[in-house]
Every structure is written in structure tokens, then in C-alpha cells.
Design a protein around this ligand. Structure first.
Ligand SMILES: [Zn+2]
Length: 494
């Protein structure tokens, strides 16, 4: 019997589709893409899920402003999110929209399964439509939503509630013991302190009237629709077949240990508390890891329409290329902290790291290698320069460790250290000068380039392919017989 590969499931959060995707979203989905590609390279069966959250009140409001019906608005914008696949060279396996039948079916099933923990009561509270969440007075900053700096609306109606309080101690234990590991540690502590401050039951529906009829109906009560988050969170299991394909759901969720959610810091509570409590209530398996990234700011401020500082990922790709955008976001932004986008920083990274760094090294080595083609030693498996071997091995170690910790920037720093090592070697050995060791020098550099290309596979897939093409080898080949064919510059100067 064939050995079954290890399964690895990972998801992004689902963005709201009230506006077009911006570069902050690109950051999350590119980070997720790197993890997905890496696990595929490790030989695992990977399922990478993304999609769009379409049932929120925000969409209703946005459609009203544009004079569209809500379905038209979400169809148009969801398409733009899907189109990032090509623009950013993403490798997701599925894209779930929360207006799809499979999702609605799953969200309603989950509601019914949690029914013992659901009750109805009249409630008044402060609701932020931006967050789709009720806030306590004490959580507001100067009376404004801490996330949106807008004034929440006073809402009073009869709604369904979920017994969140009931799961408080169980959740504490799960998080404390890392049964769901929250990365980084600071976010874990943030959730623990929130749990220690005491949970209250949460409102999980709104009147169909307030939602203008938009949303997933509460089973058995057509006057109510599900609260956006209750429905949206269930996408993580609905895409695996929770509502309609039990075999797949069992294999990928219930029996699979390796489940990772990647989210932004603003929605940690929804994932580490609400989502886990819903799963506990439904007696379903819980995820293994939640990785929390920071925000991308633009010129030091939060990206927003009113500030006019939204960075459009499609425009960036058009102007600078896919791998440049991927590189900047992965290298410049420390993966668990906030980072800033400016065009100056973007172009500086391009020029120093890509054009002068990687691109220049490939071009220099290839130019000499092409001239020496026939003299490149046929050393393949026997020759190995010990200094290079040590340097390459050390780089792999640092690289793997950084990736295990989701520190994308540090993984890239280790690759670029190897690039600098090669640059220094070139300056010292001057491979363009005719000498007895000339072909050996180039051979050392070619071997190292092949490893650099391997390391770049999850990060810059297109550039990695181009390097392998120029080397004339395949990434999977253990014995490297180079068939040099110099190509165009990888990153021409701008
Ligand atoms: Zn808000």
C-alpha cells in the first residue's frame, strides 16, 4: 500500500468584499502562500483555502451607496479578490464565497448542532458595523471603535445568544496548554488576559430587517439572520465538506492534526475564542495553530479611503512585477508586527536586494559560466568545496528555523547573507580572469545558486524557476549537471 502523505490544511481569514483588495490583504495571502508552497515542497498533501466574506452589513451599506443591489456588489468585488491568484501567483486550492450553497448549508447545520447553547433575549448594545461586533462602553476609545475610530450604533432588538461564558475555563486551558498554539506569544498572552477578564455570552443573530434581508437565515426563524461572524467562521469547515461531504470533512478536519489559521491581529478574539467555543459546542475538532500577523500601514498610517493612501496590489504588480511585490511584503514587514509601505522603501528594496543583489549575482555568474560552458567541470557528485558546503548548510538551518517560526523576513535575510557571501567570493577570486581554477570557482557559484533558487521557491516562485532554467537543471535533481543558458536580467534596474 502506498504511504499516505501527511495532510496540511491552512486558511486565510475571509476578507469583506465591500471594497477592492488592498495591499494589506495581499500581505496575509502571500504569507499563507509561502507556507502552503513550503509544505508542498516537503511532500505533504496541502489544502490551502481562501475566499470572501459576503454576508456582512458592510456590503449592504456599500451597495446602497453605489446604488447597486447587494448581490451585484459582492459578485463584482469577489471577482477582484479571486483575480489576485494570477496577479500575485497564489497557489490556493479552493476559494469559498459565503454566499455559496455549500457554505449556507454548513452554517445552518452548525447552528443546529450548537442549538443547546443558543437562546433568545432582548438586548441593547453598541454595534460597530465595520467590525460587525458589539462593544462594551469600556472597550471604546473616547466613545469610538478602537479598530475604526467610528461611533458605534445603538442597537436594540430581540436576538439569539450563544453561551460563550460556559466555555471560559475550557478555553483558558486549551490556550494555556498550547493545544491551540497562538503565534506569536504576545498574542497568546493577549487572549489569556481577555479570558481572565471574564467572558459574556455573545449575540449571534440580527433581525432580518436590520440586515435588509441580507444574510443566512437562522434555521426555523425567518425573522432573524445569523450574525456575520457566526456564519463566516464556519467557512473553514464548510469548504472541507462539513455540510455535504462528510468523508472529506473527516479526513481534512476531524482526523487531521495539522490545521493552521492565518489571521490579522484585529480578529484574533473571533478565532481564538468565538470560533473555538463554537467548535467545542458542536463537539468538533479544534485547529492546531493560529498565526497572527500585524498590519501593513501606508506612509505610517492605517490604509483608508478617506486618507487616500490605499495601495492597490494590482497596480504594484503591473509596475514592478509579481515577485517584487511578494519580496517586499515578506522581507520588509516583520511577520508578526506592523510594517510600513512607502514607494521609497519599495524601490529601495527593489534596487538593493533584487536588482543589485539577487539579479546581479545571477547575471555575473551566468555571464562567465556561459563563456566557460564546455570547461565547467564534470565534478557532479565527487567534488564539493567545504567552505561552500558549510555556508550552504548553515543557511539551510537558519532558513528552516525561521520558516518553522513563520519569520519570513528572517528566512529571506539568511538567503541574502548567502548571496553576499557569493559576492565577496567573486570579488576575491575574480572568476572572469583566466586561470587554472576559473572553472572551479564558477562551479562553486553555480552550486550555490542552485541552492539559493531552491530556498526561493516558496517566496519568489517565478524567479526561482528562471534561475533553474538558466542553470539548466530541475529543482528536484540531486546530481546537478548544469546546462548553462544565460537569460534576461531577473530584475532590471528601475
Ligand atoms: Zn469597528
Amino acid at each position: 500500500m502506498a504511504k499516505k502523505n501527511k495532510k496540511f490544511y491552512l486558511s486565510t481569514a475571509l476578507p469583506y468584499v465591500n471594497e477592492s483588495p488592498h495591499a494589506g490583504w495581499a500581505l496575509e495571502i502571500i504569507q499563507t502562500d509561502v507556507i502552503a508552497r513550503r509544505h508542498r515542497l516537503l511532500g505533504e498533501d496541502v489544502f490551502f483555502l481562501t475566499g470572501t466574506d459576503e454576508n456582512s452589513l458592510k456590503n449592504v451599506r456599500a451597495a446602497e451607496e453605489e446604488g447597486l443591489n447587494v448581490k451585484e456588489l459582492v459578485d463584482r468585488n469577489a471577482k477582484k479578490f479571486y483575480e489576485l491568484k494570477k496577479a500575485l501567483n497564489l497557489s490556493f486550492d479552493d476559494f469559498i464565497r459565503t454566499t455559496e450553497k455549500r457554505h449556507i448549508k454548513g452554517a445552518q447545520k452548525l447552528w443546529l448542532v450548537c442549538k443547546k447553547d443558543i437562546y433568545k433575549k432582548t438586548y441593547g448594545g453598541l454595534y460597530c458595523v465595520g467590525c460587525e461586533e458589539f462593544y462594551k462602553e469600556s472597550e471604546l476609545k473616547n466613545g469610538l471603535c478602537p479598530e475604526h475610530q467610528t461611533k458605534p450604533e445603538l442597537v436594540e432588538e430581540e436576538n439569539y445568544f450563544f453561551r460563550l461564558f460556559k466555555y471560559q475555563n475550557q478555553l483558558k486551558k486549551i490556550i494555556k496548554e498550547d493545544r491551540v498554539k497562538i503565534i506569536p506569544e504576545t498574542r497568546k498572552n493577549e487572549i489569556l488576559s481577555f479570558l481572565n477578564s471574564g467572558l459574556e455570552d455573545i449575540c449571534i443573530s440580527r433581525s432580518a430587517e436590520r440586515g435588509r434581508g441580507w444574510g443566512i437565515p437562522v434555521p426555523g426563524d425567518p425573522t432573524q439572520v445569523q450574525w456575520t461572524w457566526f456564519d463566516a467562521l464556519s467557512n473553514y469547515i464548510n469548504a472541507l465538506g462539513y455540510g455535504e461531504n462528510d468523508k472529506n470533512f473527516q479526513d481534512w478536519w476531524q482526523k487531521n492534526e495539522n490545521k493552521l489559521h492565518i489571521i490579522g491581529k484585529g480578529i484574533l478574539r473571533f478565532h481564538a475564542i468565538y470560533w473555538l467555543a463554537i467548535l467545542l459546542s458542536a463537539k468538533l475538532a479544534i485547529p492546531k495553530t493560529i498565526f497572527v500577523h500585524g498590519y501593513l500601514t501606508s506612509g505610517g498610517q492605517k490604509m483608508s479611503k478617506s486618507l487616500g493612501n490605499i495601495i492597490d496590489p494590482f497596480e504594484l504588480v503591473k509596475k514592478y512585477g509579481t515577485d517584487t511585490v511578494r519580496y517586499f511584503l515578506l522581507r520588509e514587514i516583520p511577520s508578526t508586527e506592523d510594517g510600513d509601505f512607502t514607494y521609497e522603501k519599495f524601490e529601495a528594496r527593489y534596487n538593493s536586494d533584487l536588482a543589485s543583489g539577487l539579479g546581479n549575482l545571477v547575471a555575473r555568474v551566468m555571464t562567465v559560466a556561459e563563456n566557460l560552458k564546455s570547461q565547467i567541470p564534470n565534478l557532479k557528485s565527487t567534488y564539493q568545496n567545504s567552505t561552500f558546503k558549510k555556508e550552504i548548510d548553515n543557511t539551510w538551518k537558519k532558513y528552516e528555523k525561521a520558516l518553522d517560526e513563520f519569520k519570513f523576513n528572517e528566512a529571506l535575510i539568511s538567503v541574502w547573507d548567502l548571496i553576499s557571501f557569493c559576492d565577496r567570493y567573486i570579488e576575491k577570486e575574480r572568476p572572469w580572469e583566466k586561470s587554472k581554477k576559473q572553472s572551479l570557482i564558477i562551479y562553486n557559484l553555480l552550486v550555490t545558486l542552485a541552492d539559493i533558487a531552491l530556498m526561493l521557491q516558496p517566496f519568489l516562485p517565478e524567479s526561482s524557476d528562471k534561475i533553474f532554467d538558466q542553470l539548466g537543471i530541475k529543482p528536484t535533481e540531486k546530481i546537478r549537471e548544469f546546462k548553462i543558458k544565460k537569460g534576461k536580467p531577473l530584475f532590471p534596474r528601475i
